[in-house]
Design a protein around this ligand. Structure first.
Ligand code: HEC
Ligand code: HEC
Ligand code: HEC
Length: 260
């Protein structure tokens, strides 16, 4: 407890303007006892979550290429490369998006954010030219690269942390040696700004229809570099449209309902 407090107090920001919003929020978070208890409960239920320095998934039959999905992501300090497993209907799709989208794109809700392609390796924004793949003949033997990704910005600054940021490294080191109660506090602080969690259980992350709709997508697709066919393909894709019809986990959908 003392060590964690020390670590959080001693972190001295050097360039105030450069500090990602998530870092500021973690530093300023004051989770109440209920939030800390909830974090402790989640950690007890997921004892197996550890720092994953190396990939732990065994290779799949015939699967080729790189299984890592987000090497530079701060979230990958603790989460696995395919972090979605609980929601059976959507997990594969969310995991597929992780290759070209930052976790924070779907896990931070804030009306003021804008979304850009970000080169995680060279830490700079990209125009997005030729980066969309929808509608093209895609060869799955040749998976898309894990970089760049569509990521959230506020006033032109990235709001997300990178694994290589000093603050992220300190969290990783603290987490490794923390005891259960220290971990519960740190967990609560890290996850408090991930707002989508606040909603109902099914909306721990941004649902498909926030982007896949033909009215107001969260993403400004033309500005991100999509051509008009690609914009239309994202907006009208049949799979997210289909999933949108489900309200409950045990619901069954008929063709008639689909056509409404
Ligand atoms: C220091 C370790 C650590 C870091 C860094 C971390 N998480 Fe987690 N996260 C956990 C643990 C442990 C759990 C609880 C076990 C679980 O549900 O998988 C968790 C749970 C979650 C959940 C489930 C919600 C809930 O309340 O149970 C979401 C969503 C999540 N994390 C998203 C993220 C995102 C996005 C990032 C990066 C911005 C991130 N996490 C960074 C350790 C971490
Ligand atoms: C395309 C949007 C999207 C992206 C990108 C995304 N998530 Fe999620 N995530 C969701 C949604 C939505 C849920 C809630 C489950 C559902 O409704 O499908 C979720 C749930 C989770 C959970 C809860 C556990 C579970 O099994 O569902 C964790 C942990 C998580 N995300 C971590 C991450 C991490 C780490 C990343 C980045 C490596 C990430 N997510 C990227 C949309 C996304
Ligand atoms: C944050 C915005 C966002 C969210 C949320 C999101 N998507 Fe997407 N999705 C996109 C974008 C952008 C593309 C196009 C990527 C490209 O062209 O490279 C895409 C591509 C796809 C594709 C690939 C189409 C193809 O033919 O290659 C499918 C399928 C898809 N999304 C389904 C879903 C489902 C199902 C969900 C919810 C579980 C979801 N998406 C959530 C933005 C989003």
């Amino acid at each position: 407890m003392k060590k964690l407090f020390f670590f959080l107090m001693m972190w001295q920001p050097v360039f105030a303007a450069e500090i990602p919003l998530h870092q500021q929020q973690i530093e300023n978070a004051t989770p109440n006892q209920t939030a800390i208890d909830l974090s402790a409960k989640k950690l007890r239920e997921h004892k197996d979550v550890e720092i994953h320095e190396k990939l732990v998934i065994p290779p799949f039959h015939k699967q080729t290429g790189e299984l890592e999905t987000a090497p530079q992501s701060f979230c990958r300090t603790c989460h696995t490369p395919l972090p979605h497993e609980k929601a059976l209907r959507t997990r594969t799709f969310n995991n597929m998006h992780v290759r070209f989208m930052a976790c924070e794109t779907c896990h931070v809700e804030n009306e003021k954010l804008t979304y850009r392609w970000f080169d995680f390796e060279n830490q700079k924004q990209l125009s997005g030219e030729n980066l969309f793949r929808i509608g093209k003949n895609i060869d799955n033997e040749n998976p898309r690269p894990t970089n760049p990704k569509i990521a959230p910005f506020l006033n032109d600054s990235r709001i997300f942390l990178l694994k290589s940021d000093e603050f992220a490294k300190q969290i990783a080191a603290t987490w490794k040696t923390a005891n259960e109660s220290e971990k519960a506090i740190l967990h609560a602080k890290i996850h408090a700004p991930l707002n989508w969690q606040k909603g109902e259980k099914n909306h721990q992350g941004m649902p498909c229809e926030e982007c896949h709709n033909d009215k107001k997508s969260k993403l400004d697709l033309p500005k991100l570099g999509a051509n008009s066919e690609q914009v239309q393909a994202v907006q009208t894709h049949i799979i997210p449209r289909f999933l949108q019809h489900y309200k409950n986990d045990d619901q069954r959908i008929t063709i008639r309902e689909m056509l409404r």
